[in-house]
Design a protein around this ligand. Structure first.
Ligand SMILES: C[S@@+](CC[C@H](N)C(=O)[O-])C[C@H]1O[C@@H](n2cnc3c(N)ncnc32)[C@H](O)[C@@H]1O
Length: 449
């Protein structure tokens, strides 16, 4: 399997582009690696930054369109590939994607994919790769599958997820799925402690970078085109951070004030932690907790880059006895682990890795975290429950059941222009106002409970 190749010390240190793409894709599709981890392994194996950019674009694109690409591959294969030929399948899916969506010269795609066969120990498949890609080119068929090819190929999502979304959002599921297949915008959060949004927009303009503000999120800027963040004006000096628009709604909803004790219970990699500190000029007593110590490293880096400070601690939010000092929190942000169904456009590997049976386990964890953290909230305090999911089982249904079991919990209305009220919170569906799919529920602990 590709996993062995990737962790194999004998593996070639550098690779030709098409072979790197096929191996990287196989790590995700057959090896179960996250897209981020697979790219981390393969980017350094391409010397040229342009090739690294091509790898990224192609791998993201293939995963976004993996179901329709498989339908196109089936059209041109005389008989299906053997199931263990995942590496060959990846080489072919990538080739078809390059022909259909990346406007690459056909001769380069065909010749280099055929040449990659040898390197990938698939010399026997040269003729097959040549025939499949030449046929694809000759047919000139669009990538998009029709309804007659089945829902997975038509919507480029797994059937179980299409079914759940169609049931939950009968008027919106098609737009939601199309948005989940589109490239997301690159949005930034301007550091309110260092610069105003208008001043930063002016700096971007002066640097020749097109961008605009967004009314729903006061520190947010959306770039007209993605670019390497290190090239943004003042990025290294902490003038801005990368954060989706919907994620920028959390800190203002929690509305911490100077002197508050605040818990960010599932904090890593720290986007919302930093926003909380920026909005309060660091005048809150903030604990950033996460179960994953490696991911906490990103918070340590961000506080340094942005010149901020907070307590950072590894711990299980569902076991407060192991980290809580017994002093209640005025504000708690529970940005719970979830299916990620609202951020598939940023993490298309979720389509392949998430299984329907994961949802029950996730809901169990989400409920455990709510139950265990609630006693740590002060009377009169606020807890913001958030997920980047568009599935009611992790959102509205979960919070409704939690509230029914409490005597001292009140749902606060979220009166805003974005999203839709669900009863116990507010749901944003992927793509609405250019946002990721997110759910927010704001809970208050009554003192008379
Ligand atoms: C949605 S991410 C949080 C994103 C983060 N709030 C941000 O804005 O950058 C969920 C996080 O929950 C963490 N997590 C999962 N289970 C946890 C638990 N039992 N206790 C604490 N953290 C947990 C994961 O490690 C992951 O970093």
């Amino acid at each position: 399997m590709a996993i062995d190749r990737a962790s194999n010390p004998r593996a070639r240190p550098t690779l030709p582009l098409r072979a790197a793409i096929a191996e990287c894709l196989e790590l995700v599709i057959a090896g179960g690696f996250s897209l981020d981890r697979a790219l981390e392994q393969y980017r350094p194996r391409l010397g040229d930054p342009r090739e690294q950019g091509f790898l990224q674009e192609c791998v993201y694109g293939v995963l976004r369109h993996v179901f329709s690409l498989r339908a196109r591959l089936a059209d041109v294969l005389e008989r299906p590939l053997r199931s263990r030929e995942t590496l060959l399948e990846c080489l072919l899916l990538a080739g078809i994607y390059q022909l259909r969506e990346m406007a690459c010269p056909a001769h380069a795609v065909v010749n280099e994919s055929v040449a990659a066969c040898q390197l990938l120990d698939r010399g026997w498949a040269k003729g097959l790769v040549n025939a499949v890609l030449r046929n694809t080119e000759r047919r000139g068929q669009a990538l998009q599958a029709g309804a007659d090819e089945g829902p997975e190929a038509q919507w480029d999502h797994p059937q179980w997820l299409i079914g759940k979304l169609a049931k939950a959002w009968p008027d919106d599921w098609q737009a939601l799925l199309m948005a989940a297949n589109a490239r997301p915008p690159l949005s930034l959060r301007v550091n309110a402690l260092r610069v105003t949004r208008d001043d930063y927009l002016a700096q971007l303009l002066a640097a020749g970078i097109q961008a605009s503000g967004v009314s729903a999120a006061p520190q947010a800027v959306v770039l007209a085109q993605a670019m390497p963040v290190r090239e943004l004006p003042g990025f290294a000096e902490g003038l801005c951070s990368v954060q989706d628009l919907a994620a920028q709604l959390a800190a203002p909803l929690l509305a911490p004030r100077a002197g508050h004790r605040v818990l960010d219970a599932c904090a890593a990699p720290g986007g919302k932690t930093m926003h909380l500190l920026e909005l309060t000029a660091g005048q809150i007593d903030l604990l950033a907790l996460d179960i994953n110590d490696t991911r906490l490293g990103a918070i340590r880096e961000s506080v340094t880059r942005l010149g901020l400070a907070c307590a950072i601690r590894q711990g299980d939010a569902g076991d407060p006895g192991s980290w809580w000092d017994g002093l209640p929190f005025d504000r708690i942000l529970l940005d719970a682990p979830c299916s990620g169904s609202g951020v598939i456009r940023r993490h298309p590997d979720i389509k392949l890795h998430r299984r329907p049976e994961d949802l029950a386990a996730l809901a169990h964890t989400q409920r455990r975290l709510l139950d265990q953290l609630w006693p740590t909230l002060a009377a009169g305090g606020h807890m913001l429950y958030a997920t980047c999911s568009v599935l009611p089982a992790e959102n509205e249904h979960l919070v409704r059941e939690f509230c029914a079991a409490q005597t001292d919990c009140e749902v606060l209305p979220i009166e805003v222009s974005w999203g839709r009220a669900t009863g116990h919170g507010r749901q944003i569906l992927t793509g609405e106002e250019r946002m990721d799919g997110f759910f927010y529920s704001l809970l208050r602990k009554r003192s008379d409970g």
